[in-house]
Write a protein that binds this ligand. Structure first.
Ligand SMILES: [Zn+2]
Length: 191
């Protein structure tokens, strides 16, 4: 994300840096539910699953939380502006696909690994659009409707990232990240 700072067309200097720092924070905050979904579900992971299968579960849990914003990252790095170019990744309808695959794996095919994989992907994607809906509204029914749904405060909805950076939600997301870092520290701390 840092490399995109100088390329932002709509802002410059300090503001561009603040926007990039802020959007990096949003990005990291999205990882938090995926991290805890993988971490808390681990006792349910089958002992017969290979290390590669376990790595895939971790990768799926974490990447599914941030992939909906892939278009924003792409735009900042390669096209020099900060915006969404597709709304599909923030539609509830798209995120029902992994939910459906989870249901099929779990209840029809009795495929435990698939159920865990699709379950983690579903949690990652749904947590992303849930957080977005709370913070700045999101087009949950796209492409059926362009209407934005959520509880986003006016300050953020009207002023975008700049409004977000000065809103108390920022503290909430910093708190979420701190909570994840604390758990990570406990996880890897050698006592
Ligand atoms: Zn998003």
């Amino acid at each position: 994300m840092e490399s995109g700072a100088g390329k932002l067309a709509t802002t410059d200097g300090f503001l561009a840096d603040a926007v990039v720092q802020g959007s990096s924070l949003i990005f990291v905050a999205h990882l938090v539910p995926g991290y805890f979904a993988a971490s808390l579900s681990q006792p349910e992971w089958d002992s017969g699953w290979t290390p590669l299968q376990r790595k895939v579960l971790w990768a799926a849990a974490l990447s599914s939380t941030v992939i909906p914003d892939a278009d924003v990252v792409y735009n900042v790095i390669f096209r020099g502006f900060f915006n969404h170019s597709t709304l599909y990744t923030h539609s509830l309808l798209i995120h029902l696909i992994p939910v459906l695959l989870w249901v099929l794996s779990k209840f029809i095919f009795n495929w435990r690994y698939g159920a865990m994989l699709f379950g983690l992907i579903a949690i990652g994607g749904l947590s992303h659009i849930a957080l977005d809906a709370i913070v700045h509204n999101t087009p949950l029914l796209y492409p059926l409707s362009d209407q934005m749904f959520g509880t986003g405060p006016r300050q953020i909805v009207e002023h975008g990232v700049v409004g977000y950076l000065t809103h108390p939600f920022m503290l909430l997301e910093i708190g979420m990240i701190a909570f994840m870092l604390r758990s990570l520290r406990n996880r890897f701390l050698v006592v």
